[in-house]
Design a protein around this ligand. Structure first.
Ligand code: FE
Ligand code: FE
Length: 187
């Protein structure tokens, strides 16, 4: 599917702000791919489509995930919005004709990361956090620099801030986020 077709389909699924964010992740991921020697085209597609399922109402995310036979964890059952990543990979495959497993994995793990991520997975995980339309989170200037000079350090930094934030806000956390953090800290 051409990029133009992906964009026109995406526009019917997510709002304008989310569209702007998706384009931001697309070009940020492309720049990161240039620096780190990843496939630029793959980075663009994964970035553009990573939130393609985010526009579904919360309840529908759970229903669709079950309907399509995706594994739903206890945490996701309570926080169905987290399913937009897995569901996004599903829609990328069946609605946007993406067959590349690397792209699909990068979409699937963009929110929590996972231990032993591929280069593309790390790029999408980070680009989602740092793209220019994002509101400036804690230590964003440092994190944005790290994204281009030390990708693993950047991944750890983002996970650390996310975990700290979830702890102070008393929000529950997906165990995968903690697992990813432990993996990269001990690597
Ligand atoms: Fe997302
Ligand atoms: Fe996103």
């Amino acid at each position: 599917m051409t990029r133009e077709k992906m964009i026109s389909r995406l526009k019917t699924k997510i709002n304008e702000k989310r569209m702007e964010h998706s384009l931001g992740v697309e070009y940020t991921a492309a720049c990161m791919a240039m620096v780190h020697g990843a496939d630029i085209e793959k980075a663009r597609i994964a970035g553009l489509l990573h939130d393609c399922a985010k526009g579904l109402p919360t309840k529908e995310k759970l229903e669709k995930a079950r309907k399509h036979g995706l594994a739903v964890s206890k945490y996701e059952e309570k926080n169905p919005d987290m399913l937009h990543a897995k569901l996004g990979a599903f829609y990328a495959r069946y609605k946007y004709d993406v067959t590349d497993e690397e792209i699909l994995d990068a979409i699937c793990y963009h929110t929590t990361g996972r231990p032993n991520m591929s280069l593309l997975e790390k790029i999408i995980f980070v680009a989602d956090y740092i793209e220019p339309n994002r509101k400036t989170l804690k230590e964003m200037d440092i994190i944005r620099k790290e994204a281009f000079d030390d990708l693993d350090k950047c991944v750890i930094h983002i996970l650390k801030n996310t975990i700290d934030y979830l702890e102070t806000s008393m929000n529950e956390m997906d165990y995968m986020t903690q697992m990813t953090y432990n993996y990269y800290v001990n690597k």
